[in-house]
Design a protein around this ligand. Sequence first.
Ligand code: FA5
Length: 341
Amino acid sequence: MLEQLDQIEKDALAALETVKDSAALSAWKSAHIGRSSPLSVFLGDLGKLPAEERPQAGKRGNEIKRALESAFGTREASLQASELERSLQSDKLDISLPGRPAKRGRLHPSSQVLRKIYSVWADMGFQIYRSRNVESDEYNFTLLNIPPHHPARDMWDTFYTTDPKVLLRTHTSPGQIHAMREFAPEPVRVILPGMCFRYEQITARSEIQFHQVEGLAVGPGITFANLKATLSDFARRMWGENVGARFRADHFPFTEPSLELDIECFVCGGKGCPVCKYGGWLEILGAGMVHPTVLRNGGYDPKVFSGFAFGMGPERISMLRHGIEDIRNFWANDLRFLEQF
Ligand code: FA5
């Protein structure tokens, strides 16, 4: 009986010596330690042996089982190592081949000009203040000195929601109130970038959705001269020392006095074209001294504090920088346009 076991072990180990690959190894496993292998059959039939032989036969059978399992493990590891070695030899990786180039994306022209604007204002000490796109009627109009039924509401008509008090903001100016209410009575110097929406005719220079960058500075003793100097400095930093710029008197209900800043039309060089409405100048921003009512609504005492505010359109600025003739290109998602920037 013990000789039979020794023979089983001998045969199995001899067969293992001839195994050359993992398929043969797996066949060896089921033949020699699998459920119907001679060893398993032997161990399964232990009960049929005379009682006095059983302990010794069981002990020896289990010893052989462990020995064969261990020999299998060793063989498996050495086969895996030699298979890896073989594949490293045959499938050599040529790291000198150039990689597949990754397709690089690019920033949208609006994002590019926004970043330029942020950096110019950051250099002048203005921090970015984020404000919401969906606004209340109160912030978009009333707190900016545009009460219900004020005619200026027509100029800034917007998209309304089913809730009459909730609308898409027409300008970034409501952000002024949020910023003032957060910082008052401390002085504040921020820019407020974001998307605006208007219910108006789409033309070469007007969209129903566009960015604005608002600016706000409030503190004791800020003057109209400070506003003009700051905007002139902005224009020089943005377009260079020789930029053609002019201030024009204007009216906004939330600033008094108010002005607009125009830049000489880049597309036609001032001769007149559809982009500048044949005037030779392109309106870049509206600005003015913050109206006392608005200062009060923001939490500042207008007898102590004064300030200026401005709101500019980055898409118009981008048109100016790149000679873009139609604002509709910005949201048309046409790669032929976008890939030029
Ligand atoms: C305003 O929206 C004021 N809130 C600006 C302001 C802020 C004045 C603070 C005073 C103090 P206006 O409607 O002019 O003003 O818009 C400002 C700028 O946004 C314009 O100069 C223009 O560059 C841009 N803009 C206005 N409407 C459109 C439009 N439909 N499409 C693209 N850009 C526009």
